[in-house]
Every structure is written in structure tokens, then in C-alpha cells.
Design a protein around this ligand. Sequence first.
Ligand SMILES: *Cc1c(COP(=O)(O)O)cnc(C)c1O
Length: 825
Amino acid sequence: MTTKQTKNPKVAVPVITTEKTPIAQALQNHLIFSAFKTSEASTPRDWFVATGHTVRDHMVERWAKTAEAYNAQDPKRVYYLSLEFLIGRMLQNAALNLGIEPEVKQGLSALGHKLEEVVELETDAALGNGGLGRLAACFLDSMASMDIPGTGYGIRYEYGMFRQSISQGQQIENPDNWLRYGNLWEFQRPESHYPIKLYGRVVEFPTPKGTESHWVDAESVMAIAYDMPIPGYNTETVNTLRLWSAKAAREFDLAHFNDGNYEKAVEERNAYENISKVLYPNDASVLGRELRLKQQYFFVSASIQDILRRFLSKHDDWTVLPDKVAIQLNDTHPAIAVAELMYQLVDVHHLKWDQAWKITGKVFAYTNHTLMPEALETWAVDLFANLLPRHLGIIYRINHEFLQLVNHKFPGDTDLLSRVSIIDENNGRRVRMAHLAVIGSHTVNGVAALHSELLRTTLFADFNRIFPGKFINITNGITPRRWLNQCNPGLTKLIDKVIGPDFHRDLSKLRGLEALAEDADFRKTFREIKRSNKERLAKRLEHLTGVRLNPNALFDVQIKRIHEYKRQLLNVLHIITLYNRIRSGQAKDVTPRAVIFGGKAAPGYWLAKLIIRLINDVAAIVNEDSAVGDKLKVVYYPNYEVSAAELLFPGSDLSEQISTAGTEASGTGNMKMALNGALTIGTLDGANVEILEEVGKDNIFIFGLTTEEVAEVKANQYNPWDYYHGNAELKQALDMITGGFFSVDEPDRYQAIGEALLNNGDHYLLLADYASYIATQDEVGKLYQNQEEWSRKAILNVARVGKFSSDRTIGEYADKIWGVKRLDH
Ligand SMILES: *Cc1c(COP(=O)(O)O)cnc(C)c1O
């Protein structure tokens, strides 16, 4: 322990740890003062606590200084509103970004501990479903690393994404009690709390300036801020993720207590606090549940109030707001923010409607993440009227004025008016959140070139005519800190050695590796790294599932949410086809493969859960068949989450990105795979198109129908039976599924899969793409037998995917949408 003299010489303030304390010393101090354990009594978890606090200490000073700098310079800030932040673990990422990972490793090792083991004790912060939430987390990392004044706003769910276990082949959902042992990365900010109104009614009364609307008799719940530090890589900047937790405005009603009705007293309190209780586990689909709308309004209102409070602490001229505030809406989940800002400006701060609307339109921008109809949020007008009566009135007025404008621009086109109206009158009156978001934003972006083009020509074609220029593309990216440096230290070290460290801050510098693809020694080293990553993965898989994989096999990996459009079933059809070839002796020198799946199904998505079960049933048969041996193994990695992803991506040879063309907006798993040296087998969908552009057609396996061909096939009475009867291998594979080959105890188990693929139209065209997929997989298998060629292509993939750094993505958002600059330290 060191002692620092304060200005008052008589008082000595003990300083437990500072950035200056040697790390080994700091670890010991924290074991005592934070974990409250002696070395002898300590458990591994205590060392996680000590290490976490030690790393945290290195952030607080920078965090405070970043806040001070923002306060002093008053730059334009960007606020990223997202219902999901899929962060994962913090410890290793923080140590890496702060540049103290080697010291922490040494310090722990001097005390007889291993950093790799300590980091495993951290529970993932799984406050998101999948790609959309992970994107938000990558963006936070990039904003901090690029010194961009960016704050994330979201919900501090008490329970995050459910934890998946697999029991008898089936998904079991378990609550994710991630805060059970506390969260050492969060700081409660009791001084930052806001009342959030719900329900009530609107009264209007005339004033000399016109009619005023008042939201009265509302109930109220408190939003309390919890801040998490977001350290930038190799910079002093530490930004903030502010998550809101719901707290009852009153603890409980003492009247109920006095009546002896304790349950009722607590019930009311719980009803409010349930708002931030649990994340909705749906990905790419929505349920119109009231609690979900409450969650959205709750975090949006708290965030807008917080943003305006910060603005008002420096300014009194509202016209300056768009010069100081940019708000990004991550999908339509926070789209109610458009109405909330109007509410705050007009009702609370008494601006004129027109002035408020002008300001609002300059503040917001909206990112669309999907074209799928089941994912487009709408709310029943009745539900809305009950929960947010004033906001419904505001939306009506926004809509009225917008429709007038459209009518002026395109007179007499009543169909157009009904198509673009915020209110859908055809399905029992519903509020279309995407329309509110488009109308209230100055810019709308898609997340990959193909997706943005489809937005302009299909979903938002009408709006694109009304607002030409509003729709742009910004292709997604991933942070190379977590998805290369942290998850693949072997490859990172190798790259550092051969091209120097510039790629850490500018991933396009990876192009320097291209020439090395021709260097046999380099290829050998590259292969050895992949091999050791595969061994690491195989070891974990054996521990989790009991299935032992041969690291020489081609590791063929599909990890992502389970969804019909992502076509895990197409992968299963390939597995069964291979299995049949092996059994019938047609595959004497087939390339040994280990097919690895991972991913969660939404608890209410019955067919997706059936797909998980089928994968496990197929695995059970294939893995036990002595005729197959090492030639084919199938394994399901349970509870796919960020920390699992960090192990899976570096251990993959083949990246399965096989969604039906036109359905996957971007994908980001595809980027993580290529960056870690996996070759892609994929359709021309989402960002696969741009990966192809970057790596070149010789270094990727593209198959299947294009978006245009998909539309064509569907327009021409697509009949899956034709494909079934036209392809013997396909027929055999499907017959085995539906005939109970993989479910002998219950032969009908997979009838529904046969129904979906044959009788209900095969919506995602698996049968149409089957032959092309199988032929391409055959090429993949053949290439893998030429390890030199395979490595050449894998290296070229790593070298050429620098474009997919989220630093590039965030740079584009900053320039094209937000108009924010990097901070000077
Ligand atoms: C990257 C990532 C995703 C998104 O994967 P896609 O293949 O793009 O759907 C989902 N979940 C986790 C944990 C991820 O890391």
C-alpha cells in the first residue's frame, strides 16, 4: 500500500491502488480490500474480482478525464439508442484496450494464476439477441477507440438472453441471472434518475397561444442510471454506456400494509420494476406485447430527458440542439423517441410545434436491420392509446402533416397515402414504427450494399420517392480488438511480426499480408496457428458434449441464431447426403469433416427448436455409426454467446453463410469468420456480396440463387416437389428425415419439416438451392485436401477483409450522418 500526501499535511490518505501501483501489488491489495480474502482462503473467483478491480482502476482516471474534456469542449455528441447491447465479457477486452494486458498477465502469473483462466470466471453481459445487439457493442468499442464522443443508451436487464442447455437433443431455456454475483463494471448513478410517465389521459385547453395538451393522471416509474465504462483501444478516451433500471416511484403503499395486505403492496411495486426485468428473446421477429412497448418508452424517455438536461446545462437556444446532439435509432425499437422529443420540446419546454419539428428532424437518424415482414414493428392503436395517450396524439399530428405534404407532392394518389401513413388502417389500426422512424429522421441507412438497395426499391420505395436522398448505405463492421486481437492472439502476434502494428488502428493495412500468401514458411506458421485454435475448440467441445473431434478434419461451422431464413436445414441436408455417400461406399477418399452448429432459437419459435432437435438427432446417429468414423462428425455447441464465439471463430475452417438471397440484411458473423482465416461458403446475400468483392471470386465459395433469381423462381409458381423428384440424393435425405430414420422412437417427429419444405411452399427455397450447395460443398472438400492452396486462400481472406472493421463503419456514420468529430485530448 502506498500513501499519498494531501494538501493538508496532517492527513495522510491511503491509496489502495492507482495506475502507478505495480499490478502484482494492486492484485494483492484488491484481493484483500475488494474480495476481502487472504491469499490462503482465496477461490479462483476472488482472483477474478481482484483482477477486475485492478483493471478497473486503470479506467477511472481516464473516464473522469474524458467526461471533463467533453464538458470543457462541448463537442457535438452522438447518442446510440439501442434496446440491445450484446457486450460479452469485459475484463480481457478492457485490459487489452488499456494496453495493460501483458502486465496483468505477468502480475497474475507472479502470484501463481493464469489470466486465461481468470477471464473464464466472468459471466457474459448478454443484453442482446444476436447480430443487432453485437453490432451496438462493436460500435461502442469503435467510437471510444476513435475518440468520438459517443454514449450508448439502453436497458439494464436484470436477466439477459436466456442460457441454453441441450437435454436429450432439445433446447432448454434457463434464466440468465447474470447479476447474481454483482457486476464490477457498473456504477449506479442515483443522481441521474428520471420519472417516466405511463397511462393517464390527455386534456386540452385553449390558451392565448393556441390549444395546449396536458398529459394528466399518469402513473410514474423511476429510471435510474447505471454507467459502464467503454475504454478505447490505445487512447485515453473512455466513453459511457448508460443503462436504465426501473424503480417504483414509491416503495409500496403503506395503506395496503396497514390493512395487512402485504402482497398487494409489493405486487404494485413489482409491476413497475418488471419493466427492466428481462430481455425479450426474439430475434428478427416481434410480439406486440405491452411490456415490450413499456420497455421501449421507458428507456427512450429516460435517455431523451438525460440528453436534454445535458444540453440545457450549456445552452438556452433550442435551435442549437442539432449542432450538439445526434441520436441514432438502432432499428425501430427506440423509434418512439421521435414522438418523445416532440413531447419534451412542445409540452414540457413549450416550443412551438413547427420549430420543434424542424429540430427533431435534424437530430434523428434510423438504421434499418431487416426487410422481413415479421420483424417490422407495429403496435395496436388501442394499446398505444392506453399506455401513451399523448404520444399517440403527437403521432397523429406528425402523420397528418406528413400526409398533407405527400398529397401536395403526389396529388390524388390515395393508395400512396394509405401505404405510407404511420397508421395502418388495414389490419385493425396499427402504428407502424418504421414509418415514424423514417419520417422523423434526416437519414435512414441499410447495413450492407445489397440490403440498402433492396430498402430503396422494395420496403421503402414509396418513401424514397417522397424523400429522395434520405436512404443511404453504411455496411456493418466488427471490432478487430475483440474479433482478432483478443480472440486470436496467435494470429495477431504473427501479423504484428510480419507487417507491424499499424493494422490495429487501420485494419485495411492487413493488405500487407497478401504477398505472404505465396510464402510457404508463412503458410506453415499460419496453419499451425489455425491448428492450435482448432485443438483449443475441440477440447472445449469434448468437455461440453463428450464428442471428440479430430483437429485434422475440416471444421465446418454454422453459428448464429436458429432461423428458417438462415437455413441451418440446408446444412443438415448436406450432412445427411454426405452420410449416405459414406454408408454406400461412394466416399472412399472424402475429406473428413466436423460440422459444428451453435445458436439459440426464440423460445416461442417452435420450428426453430425442432431444427435444433433434428441436428442433435442426426448427430447422435452419425457420430455413433462405425462405418463413418472420423469422416463425419456433427456437434452442437450449447449456449452460443459472445464468449463462445470468441473460441469458435478462430477454430473454424469453413464459414457457413447460406441464407436465402435477399433475407440476411448484412451478417457480421461472416466478417468475424473471414478475419480469422475461415473460407466462406455462402449465397450472394447481405455483406457476403461485399466479402466476395474484397477477397475475389477465387477465394470464396459462392452458390445458389441470386436475389433476382429468387424473385423470379417465386413468381413462376415454385414447386419444391419438382426438385424433390428431380434429385435422388435430395429425395433420400428428406425421406430419411420425414420417415423417422433419425427419430426411431418417434417416427413422426419431423413431419413438420417435410410440411414446411414440400407442402407449404419451401418459403426459403432450400430445395431450389440444394444441388448448387452440394456441388459447392464437394469443391470445398476437394480444396481442403490441398492444404497449401487452402492456406493461400485463407491468408488472402485475412488480408482482404480490413474493410469490415467497425472503425470504418463508424467513420462513415460520423461523416455521413452524425457530423461529429474526434475529440482532442
Ligand atoms: C456476431 C454474432 C452474431 C451475429 O452472427 P450472424 O452470423 O451475423 O447472424 C450473433 N451472436 C453472437 C454471439 C455473435 O458474436
